[in-house]
Write a protein that binds this ligand. Structure first.
Ligand code: M6R
Length: 618
């Protein structure tokens, strides 16, 4: 939520931070702002709306905006409505200190009252503004003080989460950065440094990065960078290399990131399998997972698995539960991370807790992970973003290597999460003796065949677009699936509602007759997931029941299924595969259906209203 970016070095900072904002816009897009030190004074500009609104304001004055350091922000409102006034950066009373912030200052109301009593005046309704006034305090009392000392002193009073970048005319040749709970990455260029909420804002300038951890701060100056903890004790950190390219974070000829990322599903799956599938000519197939070698024995001793995540990652977890129970014969359960952490979970050192997150920064998932570790569980992460907080705080894990996912609606990450879960289940199943040589080989063979099968489904895009046109008039949808298809139904409904704002309910098909069937009439269509699997006949009965009540049915079924065409109004066919792998195929038409619906409705699919890509607040 919210993106921050800053640059200090030898180049003009403005175009660099504006590019950075564009890259970060998926994190929040209700207002944006920038502050720049031009060598004599700090200039700032803010605008409600997209980054483009800020740019058009700046374009009128850009000749004056020349400076070697700047900070900028794109906002997802928490405290105070989206407006020019509430946009970041926020300043102190004298306009001498400017702050951009991602996170929530939980005790801001008390701090604000105390600061007002001291004589500070506030311009915005945000929690962030208290930071600027807290950082102003030491300058008021002692005059000559380093900006980093003022920032560290101010942060001592703060409860909550922050990723901040600060500049000041009192100590101008630097950017001060600090983090607790909100992601911060530093870029190390040639006599230039950057700070950002994530690598997408940095990778255009440099691939060399340093991950700032919680309770760490940094001073970035044109020719040096110092890192320390919040008590100013120096810390040495290694410089890592980003392993992806700027082109991966661009649309590459597609109209939208979401569209591009749906079409990247097969390569995302190839990447998660790369070097990890063992397919010996003799003996059983298995999976090789370098990220869990260090905890292998502990993992094999686990008596149960608990999976925790949010949103799409949670639905991937629901598929994973079946994988672990069916193939590794180990009891598994799935919990929303936001519920798990407050549920007093019964877990101990015999539990393997798996946390799934594309961003690796989701606040609820991170706190659930911390809770599980506190209770002694082995914490494993299935994470896409390398170096993210969840990846770092997990005891071990599997990166899904899907590459950057920019569209707010998660698509290729889901597919690669299923790939990672399948690998982990296969590994556990083999090691625990639950998967035979023959089954192991069969699974590996079919996993390898999946990217090509996914491409076949994607080749039906034009047909799916026609179906989206046909169903465009409907405002409500029911998505039904059983067993492996139930999570897909939930995911399909989530995709539709988050980008097209159509009401959609995902339901376990067996539950339909316990309530939702009352909704069905000719205006309430059902998307029925009906691949040829062991529960196929059951979903056929559900379709009959819907047809008997004049409901329309759009089915997803297996190629060669002659029966379903006689029942459903429309059918999208997917190739035959093993039951466990059907979600990898059946989810694609649902992603495309949601995508085309939103485009046809003229909506911004990559930046749907009220949402942000990475939910770093509770
Ligand atoms: O980054 P994460 O996987 O932890 O994010 C979890 C959810 O916020 C995310 O999946 C969200 O539901 C997406 N908008 C779904 O498309």
């Amino acid at each position: 939520m919210c993106g921050i970016v800053g640059y200090i070095g030898k180049r003009n900072a403005l175009p660099i931070v504006i590019d950075g904002l564009r890259a970060l816009e998926y994190r929040g897009y209700d207002s944006a702002g920038v502050a720049l030190w031009d060598g004599a004074k700090i200039r700032f500009e803010k605008a409600a709306g997209r980054v483009s609104a800020l740019e058009s304001r700046l374009s009128r004055k850009s000749t004056l905006w020349n400076g070697k350091s700047a900070i900028a922000h794109t906002r997802w409102a928490t405290h105070g409505k989206p407006s020019d006034r509430n946009a970041h950066p926020h300043a102190d009373c004298q306009g001498g200190i400017f702050v951009v912030h991602n996170g929530i200052i939980e005790n801001y109301a008390e701090l604000r009252e105390a600061l007002i009593r001291e004589g500070h005046s506030f311009l915005s309704e945000t929690d962030t503004e208290v930071l600027a006034h807290l950082f102003e305090r030491p300058f008021l009392s002692s005059g000559k003080i380093f900006l980093e000392d003022a920032v560290l002193e101010g942060l001592r009073h703060v409860d909550g989460t922050f990723g901040i970048a600060v500049i000041s005319k009192h100590d101008p040749e630097k950017i001060v950065v600090a983090r607790r709970g909100s992601p911060i990455i530093l870029g190390v260029g040639d006599e230039e440094y950057l700070v950002a909420s994530d690598a997408s804002a940095i990778v255009g300038v440099t691939k060399n990065v340093v991950y700032l951890h919680d309770n760490e701060a940094a001073v970035l100056a044109p020719s040096q960078m110092q890192i320390f903890n919040l008590s100013k004790k120096a810390i040495q950190k290694s410089v890592d290399k980003i392993d992806w390219d700027i082109s991966q974070a661009q649309k590459g000829g597609f109209d939208h990131f979401m569209q591009k990322e749906i079409f990247e599903g097969p390569s995302a799956l190839e990447n998660v399998f790369l070097g990890r599938l063992i397919d010996p000519p003799t003996g059983g197939g298995s999976a090789k997972l370098g990220g869990i070698v260090a905890v292998r024995d502990r993992l094999l001793r686990a008596k149960k698995i608990i999976i925790s995540a949010c949103g799409t990652s949670y639905y991937a977890g629901l598929v994973g539960k079946h994988y672990f129970e069916e193939f590794a014969k180990i009891p598994a359960s799935v919990e929303y991370a936001s519920e798990f952490r407050y549920s007093n979970p019964v877990i101990d050192s015999d539990t393997a807790a798996i946390f799934i997150s594309q961003s690796g920064e989701t606040a609820d998932t991170l706190e659930a992970l911390r809770e599980a570790k506190k209770r002694g569980a082995l914490a494993l992460g299935i994470v896409n973003v390398v170096g993210s907080t969840i990846a770092r705080e997990s005891d071990a894990g599997v990166y899904n290597h899907a590459g950057p996912e920019i569209g707010v609606a998660s698509t290729k990450a889901f597919v690669s999460q299923l790939g990672a879960l399948a690998l982990l289940a296969l590994f556990l199943g083999r090691e625990r003796g639950a998967v035979s040589d023959v089954l192991g080989q069969k699974l590996v063979r079919e996993l390898k065949a999946m990217p090509a099968k996914m491409k076949r489904v994607l080749s039906g895009d034009a047909e799916i677009k026609k179906l989206a046109e046909k169903y465009l008039k409907y405002k409500n949808f029911l998505y039904l699936g059983r067993k492996y298809q139930f999570p897909v139904a939930l995911e399909g409904a989530l995709k539709l509602k988050e980008i097209s704002y159509r009401h959609a309910e995902g339901y376990a098909s067996g539950e339909m007759k316990h309530g939702p069937i009352a909704l069905i009439d000719e205006n309430f269509p059902t998307v029925a997931l009906a691949p040829k699997d062991p529960v196929y006949e059951k979903i056929l009965s559900n379709i009959q029941e819907i047809k008997a009540r004049n409901g329309r049915v759009l089915a997803v079924a297996t190629e060669g299924d002659a029966k379903i065409g006689k029942l459903a109004d429309d059918v999208i066919f997917i190739p035959q595969t093993l039951e466990m792998l059907t979600p990898l195929l059946s989810v694609i038409p649902l992603q495309l259906f949601a995508y085309h619906t939103a485009v046809l409705l003229g909506l911004d699919v990559d930046k749907p209203r009220n949402l942000a890509k990475s939910v770093t607040v509770e």
